[in-house]
Structure formats: structure tokens, C-alpha cells
Design a binder for this molecule. Structure first.
Ligand code: FAD
Ligand code: ZN
Length: 477
């Protein structure tokens, strides 16, 4: 971290005030929403919060931060899960909120792209695409709160990765404010541009450590006019993997989501989320939520029904339901998306987002069951998530008062199992501060030193989110 003097902080603050006005420089209690994360798992203390309205203002503010040697923490919707978008506890970092950069600059259905500012809420990007008869396929539980700049900075995943890829696959161009306050305009809507290094990729997934994203041009895809949502139950994770392989063969790219949920999670959702009911009559060991979609308006449902009949005949599934209307579809998704919310009524939820090869998912689940049992009945394992991507949220529900003691031990065990299967300890949430030290032993030395070189080159003063992703010591440390 860097250590600005009080004089430097107050000079920065008064110059910022002159630039963006009193109402957009928050201090004292007004910063509390910006200092604590969505699930209240992490808390820091900002020196103050800046709320610029334009790219030019972001650039001027970053130039001031560089002049005064003050660290900036970029923040979008503050829904990130790895302690990367809030300040540290020193009281010397300044939050730069992108929320007021919320304009949709252009929508072009012929070119299949949309250009938006970083502070536009993801659900608003989806709506703007829909209004142009297109789909912006990034979709995740936090879509009503997270902002597109945050999605890009974390390279968010979500429930449609199987078909449309991660956020990275949806970005055509970026506008970025660099650590010296200059503006890098890479905002082209081009699909093909082989003129040297693809620099925008550096900033996607960089979690605010290499530059501040102020706008993006995003890929739109054909609308999903007919959607079929299926809820199927199986005996084991192995059956779910086999079901995925089978459905892939039948439906190919028409599968947009293929999600696994444990019995524990489904029953917790039905018990603790108001109005939620299990889509099948009896409890079952494992549940699979599948969504199929295409651009035609009819015909998919009939095909899905025929395929389901085959699944039952071949004994691939135990029970199942098909969403008859939007309300039933929403109910199925509520169970899936409400896993953390429901289980947080039972205890503290230790969250993870690990990934292994799809064929190794059953082994990962089995190993996690084994080591969780060793913790005794007070720890429950809650695996759910994107089995079609090989990515599970292998969460644990623990007594609240023991969370501090149990969480690190559970992570150690989980990460060891992931290492044994040659997976990754973060599939979609990123590194932040939460996994910064855990990645050090897991990345090839060459990769880590290249990451550090990039950081030093793009942010020589280490003013952009200095404690996040990778640590590079200050020359003065
Ligand atoms: P923030 O939390 O504000 O910031 C996240 C990181 O990006 C921080 O390091 C911050 O410094 C940086 N940052 C933010 N804006 C910018 C910018 N403009 N320029 C540079 N850096 C910036 N993630 C998934 O991948 N898949 C999921 O399915 C998923 N589901 C979720 C469900 C819930 C209920 C919640 C709370 C979170 C979920 N997440 C999921 C976490 C996910 O990372 C975020 O929801 C989202 O991508 C972050 O966007 P944000 O605007 O809230 O970013
Ligand atoms: Zn996820």
C-alpha cells in the first residue's frame, strides 16, 4: 500500500471538490455504503468517496490522485465477492465510484453492438438490448445491482457462459483511464482487428488494478424468442455429468444454462425463501436446471418434450418438470439464485467459486463431502452452480460464531482438493484481497512475475487498487 500524508489527502480532496462539487465528494457516515461489501463480509474505511459524472472528470481525478500519491479504489455496484472493490482499513484510500457514468451511448442492432458507460447497471444493458430486439447475454444473480464496468473488471461469468462465454467474450472495445490520468480510447465496435496486441484484454478481469474502465462496446446476439426451462432430478453428480453430455449431443448450442443444485440447497430455498416451492413433488438427492433457447418463436418446446420422454425411458432422470409459464420459470431460477440467501438464514455461508474439468466434478463433490463430514454435523456443504462450465460454488454453511475459525480451514481443504484435480480456485469471482495470497503458490513463477511487471509498467506509482490481485512493493516500502 501507499501512505499519503494527511496534507496530501486534504489537498487532493479540495482539488476534487473544485472539480466535481460538494455533493459528489462524500465523507464521514456518507461513505458507509461504499466501505462495506454486498454480503457485509468485508469492511474497510475510505478517506472519502468521489462520484464523477464523465470520463473527463475520472481522468482529471486520477491525475490528481497521481499528483498527490493517493490510492484509488474503483467501484461499480459493490457486489464483488472477493474484497476487491472496497478500500482497506487504513482510511487513506479513496473510493472512485463509477455509478454516475450511466449513459447508454449507442445501440446498433445491425452491427450487433451497444456502447455503454461503466456505471450502467447490468439489467439496464439487458433492457436496452431487448428494446433493440437483441440479447445481451451476460446474466447473474446480482444483475439488478452490479455495473457493467465491474462486470468487465471482474470478467464476470454467470448463468449463460456455456453458450455465450465469459464477459471477456462479449467485449468489443473499451475506454480506459490510465494511472497517469490519460484516456486510452479502444472503443471500436470491430469484430476483427489484428493490428498488434489486443490491449483491451489487459483490463478485462484486472479488478481495477491496471486502469479504470469508463465505457465499453459490447457484443449483442440474436434474441431468445422461445425459451424452455427444465427441472430434472438425478441420483448422483455423475448422473448429472452424464445428463449434460447427453443433452449436449441432443441440443448442442441451444443449451444456455446447465446448473446443478443439491438437495440441501433446494430444501433450504423452499424452507427459507417466501413463496418458493419445489418444482417436483418429492425431495431428491440432486437437481438440474436446464435452459434452452433459440430465435424462432415456436418448435423448441415440442423438441424438448420429446427429449425428456427419452430421458425418462432411458432411466437418465428420476423426476422432472417443465416450466409452463414465466412464473414457474422464475420460481425455478429463484431456487437456483437464492441458494446463498436461503442458507444464510441457517448460518454463515463460506463462499467459493472453484472449477475443475467437467468430468472431475463428481470426484470434487465426493472429496468435499468426505472432508466436510470430518468437521462434524455443524458444517454443511452446499455445492451448486454451473456444472456445464465445470464451475461449482462449493459453499459451506457454518455456525456464525465459528465462521472466523472454520472458513480458513475449509478453504485450505477445498483448495487442496482443487489443486489435486488441477483446477482453479477462482472460476469467476476473481482474486481481490481474499485470494491474493492463495494464488501466489498456484501460479507458475513466470506468470506471477509477468503480472507484477504489467502492474509496475501500467501503474508505476501503485495508486490503482494497490492491495488487490497481486502485490508489488513500493520502492519506499
Ligand atoms: P464492484 O463490486 O464494484 O467491483 C468489483 C471489482 O472490479 C473491484 O476490484 C473494483 O475495484 C473493480 N471495478 C469496478 N468497476 C470498475 C471499473 N469501472 N474500472 C475498473 N475496475 C472496476 N459473479 C460472477 O462472475 N458470476 C455470478 O454468477 C455472480 N453472481 C453473483 C450473485 C450475487 C448475489 C452477488 C452479490 C455477486 C455475484 N457475482 C457473480 C460477483 C460478481 O463479481 C459481481 O456481481 C459483478 O461482476 C461485480 O460488479 P460490480 O459493479 O458490483 O463491481
Ligand atoms: Zn456463479
Amino acid at each position: 500500500m501507499i501512505h499519503p500524508t494527511d496534507a496530501a489527502l486534504s489537498a487532493f480532496k479540495s482539488e476534487a471538490l473544485a472539480l466535481i462539487g460538494l455533493a459528489n465528494v462524500l465523507s464521514g457516515d456518507d461513505t458507509s455504503l461504499y466501505d462495506v461489501d454486498f454480503w457485509k463480509q468485508y469492511a474497510g474505511k475510505s478517506a472519502f468517496v468521489l462520484r464523477p459524472n464523465t470520463t473527463a472528470d475520472v481522468a482529471s481525478l486520477v491525475a490528481l490522485a497521481a499528483k498527490h500519491g493517493v490510492a484509488i479504489v474503483p467501484q461499480g455496484g459493490n457486489t464483488g465477492l472477493v474484497n476487491g472493490g472496497i478500500p482497506d482499513e487504513s482510511g487513506s484510500e479513496v473510493v472512485l465510484s463509477l455509478q454516475r457514468l450511466n449513459r447508454i451511448r449507442a445501440v446498433d442492432p445491425a452491427g450487433d453492438y451497444i456502447t455503454v458507460e461503466a456505471g450502467v447497471i447490468l439489467a439496464e444493458v439487458q433492457k436496452a438490448a431487448e428494446a433493440a430486439d437483441r440479447l445481451f447475454p451476460l446474466a447473474l444473480g446480482a444483475e439488478g445491482s452490479c455495473r457493467i464496468g465491474g462486470n468487465i473488471a471482474t470478467n464476470a461469468g454467470g448463468v449463460n457462459v456455456l453458450r455465450y462465454g465469459m464477459t471477456r467474450d462479449l467485449v468489443l472495445g473499451l475506454e480506459v483511464v490510465m494511472a497517469d490520468g490519460s484516456i486510452l480510447d479502444l472503443l471500436k465496435p470491430l469484430r476483427k482487428d489484428n493490428t498488434g496486441y489486443d490491449l483491451k484484454q489487459l483490463f478485462i478481469g484486472s479488478e481495477g488494478t491496471l486502469g479504470i474502465i469508463t465505457a465499453a462496446t459490447l457484443r449483442l446476439v440474436a434474441p431468445a424468442r422461445e425459451r424452455v426451462t427444465l427441472w430434472l432430478t438425478v441420483e448422483t453428480p455423475q448422473s448429472a455429468v452424464e445428463l449434460f453430455r447427453h443433452c449436449r449431443g441432443v441440443f448442442g448450442d441451444l443449451i444456455s444454462s446447465f446448473e446443478l443444485i443439491s438437495s440441501y440447497g433446494v430444501e433450504a430455498a423452499c424452507t427459507h425463501l417466501p413463496g418458493v416451492r419445489r418444482p417436483v413433488s418429492e425431495p431428491h438427492p440432486w437437481h438440474v436446471l436446464i435452459e434452452l433457447a433459440w430465435t424462432f418463436t415456436t418448435g423448441l418446446r415440442e423438441r424438448a418434450e420429446a427429449a425428456i420422454a427419452d430421458l425418462f425411458e432411458e432411466g437418465r432422470v428420476i423426476d422432472g418438470a417443465i416450466a409452463e409459464n414465466e412464473a414457474q420459470r422464475q420460481m425455478m431460477w429463484r431456487i437456483r439464485e437464492g441458494q446463498s440467501e436461503a442458507t444464510s438464514k441457517i448460518g454463515y455461508v463460506v463462499r467459493s467459486d472453484v472449477t475443475v474439468a467437467i468430468s472431475d466434478i463428481p470426484a470434487l463433490v465426493a472429496r468435499c463431502d468426505e472432508f466436510t463430514a470430518e468437521f462434524g454435523p455443524e458444517v454443511a456443504v452446499l455445492p451448486f452452480g454451473h456444472i456445464g462450465d465445470g464451475n461449482l460454488h462449493m459453499n459451506f454453511v457454518v455456525p456464525r460464531e465459528k465462521a472466523k475459525e472454520l472458513a480458513p480451514r475449509l478453504f485450505d481443504q477445498l483448495f487442496a482438493e482443487v489443486d489435486a484435480l488441477k483446477g482453479s480456485i477462482s472460476a469467476e469471482h476473481g482474486v481481490g484481497r481474499a485470494k491474493r495470497d492463495a494464488i501466489v503458490s498456484r501460479k507458475p513463477e513466470g506468470a506471477l512475475s509477468l503480472m507484477r511487471q504489467l502492474k509496475v509498467t501500467l501503474d508505476p506509482q501503485r495508486i490503482l487498487n494497490p492491495d488487490v490481485v497481486v502485490r508489488v512493493n513500493q520502492k519506499t516500502d
